[in-house]
Design a binder for this molecule. Structure first.
Ligand SMILES: Cc1cc2nc3c(=O)[nH]c(=O)nc-3n(C[C@H](O)[C@H](O)[C@H](O)COP(=O)(O)OP(=O)(O)OC[C@H]3O[C@@H](n4cnc5c(N)ncnc54)[C@H](O)[C@@H]3O)c2cc1C
Length: 688
């Protein structure tokens, strides 16, 4: 796909026009005429960015106008309710954007519709790449920018919103929360007027609005989005290398849990999709665990012959007997229920105080240190390298300082060593898994500074970008800076925006980057990869990371004897604020995302299934919710426990799409529990 795909202003205005006559009254031959020019191919092979799924939809369309989109959906209805699915840029690591029906590749419906500098907001067509939006916003009469971003800007705005894509920031919600209004094509009942474009916002069709803010492409086809933006700004990122134990404390094998598991509990907690297999495995595992731990008759509960009660490090238990790790206790399940669908962000009464009393001292200290760290800057990201026992803490704040970006040498070094050489090493470790620990340690050493950087040595002024000239007006009056911030009341005063965070330890190696915000928010995600990412409650962060460290340490021990799980680096840890979006993984609770990757050197498969399965067990234990865009194994029963508003979402979805035009195998499998062959990820030739 090309890098830029925006239309000229007049074409955009034409493209966004709605059909002049009701589309459900247009004869089919006329609809065929409208659709034909944008039918690109039949049974093409489509692949996601990670190369982890391929699919062969019956037809691929590339609509350029709202009229063409409406005509495709209406034809699909008339031809027997053929499933229709929007494809953004295929950057979802799972099979969420795939269908065997009709695929609508949306990136030709792209371009800037309008900018309102007073709020400020930007209105764009839904297939616009976020990377193109940066240029559009910078070139506005008053230079503007996105208030927050994830690791990349390659997505379409429609795809980004549909999965509640997130960046990092204690007081920054998922990016969907910044959406002001949308236009969406719904496939309504004939009695309600059939296929039509519906506008929605907090004030108009608020339930459709809320559902579509993380709608997984299942509420309809997004054609236009108005989103709150910010005045153009630079970010200063200070990266600090520190020992991971300085953040989460020394190893003490806590948290530990009593290994207690009965057949009844198994029934209650096991994912229905995997129930029979897991239950059998668990019963066998319990028997084995009795032998392993050396249970005698006294430690077997008289009322429940299967019960074993003995404290054991949660991480170690996960390494050896993942099926003995309990699911999420009821006390940890989310309670927040969005009563008013227009209540998106900020929301009231977020309870993040649970469980602290139950924590051991080490974990309590770790939790409070991590919470303080999360609040020490506007955006805090932690990249942890488990094999090296090190992490990079990246803290970003708005700044008025001049640009300070990596010099040519650093960039070339980063490309040659941080990309090509690393890929070669990971490729070699495919054949000698035992070398992966050393590869990770070596790669960390090669790519991270071991001493504080001297800005005059390592940096050169970067080429100024278009908005830099206009920035002068802003820098002369810093108060303007705060005037346009996304949510000034939550960000604090303009003076606090520019203050550098205190170093965690003055002797830690540090490096500094100052640049236009997108260049600091985004970073090189290297090559293709399997990914797994979960959103856990912030209140469980200390416990989760401590258990995860124990687990990965134990796996490394096991790997010395052959076997064991080996995680690539980095493990990414990011903070996100609570919101009221029905299906947002941050719904109702302050959240931390924890993500792991397994790179696929030279596009080759690599071992990852058992690692991800154990990771999921740990995330589930702490009440985690999976990132929707990434492959996971949650079914509707579990999701209903994790999302108190799931039934609202499903009811709204059904009312706006009674014939199931916007369903696909992913949605049917995970949200509706449909496990027929055609809902299996294997039809997409996944490597899962
Ligand atoms: C290298 C990399 C880095 C990433 N970093 C992050 C990150 O930092 N944070 C994060 O949260 N995620 C991240 N992701 C995930 C990514 O942001 C999401 O998968 C996003 O949805 C991809 O956008 P897309 O345009 O490629 O959409 P696709 O993957 O093509 O589609 C995603 C979903 O959106 C739907 N959709 C797309 N367009 C429309 C439309 N117009 N109307 C209705 N539905 C639509 C699709 O049907 C599908 O259900 C990353 C992914 C990659 C590959």
């Amino acid at each position: 796909m090309s890098n830029t795909k925006s239309m000229t202003t007049s074409n955009v205005q034409l493209a966004r026009c709605e059909p002049t006559i009701a589309i459900n009254r247009t004869p089919s031959n006329k609809l065929h005429e409208i659709v034909e020019p944008v039918l690109i191919s039949q049974k093409p092979k489509i692949r996601n960015w990670g190369g982890t799924f391929t699919s062969t939809p019956a037809c691929l369309f590339q609509p350029k106008t709202v009229l063409q989109c409406c005509a495709i959906i209406e034809l699909a209805r008339r031809m027997g309710n053929i499933e229709c699915r929007a494809l953004g840029r295929g950057h979802s690591p799972g099979d969420l954007p795939f269908t065997q029906g009709w695929l609508l590749q949306m990136d030709n419906l792209s371009g800037l519709v309008a900018i309102d500098t007073s709020v400020p907001t930007a209105t764009v067509l839904a297939g616009t790449y976020v990377s193109d939006m940066h240029g559009m916003l910078e070139n506005a009469a008053v230079p503007l920018g996105m208030p927050n971003l994830g690791s990349i800007s390659e997505q379409t705005i429609g795809g980004l919103i549909s999965t509640a894509t997130h960046g990092t920031g204690y007081s920054f919600p998922v990016i969907s929360a910044a959406v002001e209004s949308m236009r969406i094509i719904c496939a309504l009942d004939e009695a309600e007027g059939g296929t039509q474009v519906i506008s929605c916002s907090r004030k108009q069709n608020a339930d459709l609005f809320n559902a579509t803010l993380c709608g997984l492409g299942a509420t309809g086809l997004l054609v236009e989005v108005t989103i709150k933006v910010d005045h153009w700004f630079k970010l200063k990122q200070i990266s600090e290398e520190c020992k991971f134990e300085d953040l989460i404390g020394p190893e003490t094998s806590t948290p530990s849990i009593a290994t207690y598991w009965s057949a009844d509990q198994m029934d209650e907690h096991t994912l229905p999709m995997l129930q029979s297999r897991s239950k059998r495995a668990a019963l066998k595992g319990i028997q084995k665990a009795k032998e392993l731990i050396g249970v005698n008759e006294d430690s077997v509960d008289a009322n429940d012959g299967l019960a074993i009660k003995r404290p054991m490090s949660l991480g170690k238990l996960l390494a050896h007997k993942p099926h003995l790790v309990p699911g999420c206790p009821a006390s940890r399940l989310p309670k927040y229920h969005t009563k008013d669908p227009s209540s998106i962000y900020p929301i009231d009464s977020v309870n993040s105080e649970i469980e602290k009393d139950e924590l051991d001292e080490e974990t309590r200290v770790a939790q409070s240190r991590l919470e303080t760290l999360g609040q020490s800057s506007q955006h805090v990201r932690i990249a942890w390298v488990p094999h090296a026992g090190m992490c990079t803490v990246m803290r970003m704040n708005k700044t008025l300082e001049p640009i300070q970006a990596p010099g040519v040498f650093s960039r070339v070094y980063g490309r040659v060593v941080g990309y090509h050489f690393l890929q070669l090493l990971i490729f070699m470790s495919r054949y000698r898994p035992s070398m992966l620990g050393n590869v990770n340690r070596f790669a960390y050493w090669l790519t991270h500074p071991s001493r504080p950087s001297d800005p005059s040595e390592s940096s050169v002024p970067a080429k100024p970008i278009a908005a830099d000239a206009n920035q002068k007006a802003i820098t002369e009056d810093p108060s303007q800076f705060a005037n346009g911030t996304f949510d000034p009341t939550r960000l604090g005063s303009s003076s606090s925006l520019n203050r550098d965070p205190e170093p965690l330890n003055p002797t830690n190696p540090r490096s500094v980057l100052v640049d236009a915000a997108p260049r600091v928010f985004n970073f090189d995600c290297l090559f293709q990869q399997y990914t797994n990412e979960w959103a856990i409650p912030l209140s469980c962060l200390g416990s989760t990371l401590r258990a995860m460290r124990d687990w990965l340490k134990e796996e490394e021990e096991i790997s010395k004897r052959g076997g064991g799980e080996q995680v690539h680096f980095p493990v990414e840890i990011r903070f996100v604020d609570a919101d009221g979006i029905w299906l947002s993984p941050c719904h109702g609770r302050k959240t931390v995302y924890i993500g792991i990757v397994q790179y696929r050197p030279y596009d080759l498969p690599i071992k990852y299934r058992s690692l991800f399965a154990k990771f999921e067990v740990l995330m589930r234990h702490f009440g985690g919710r999976p990132h929707w865009a990434k492959a996971h194994t949650c079914g509707p029963t579990e999701l209903a426990r994790l999302y108190p508003n799931l039934s609202d979402f499903l009811a709204l979805r059904k009312s706006k799409d009674p014939d199931g035009i916007f369903l696909n195998p992913y949605v049917r499998r995970h949200l509706l529990g449909d496990l027929r062959a055609e809902a299996s990820p294997r039809i997409f030739k996944s490597r899962l």
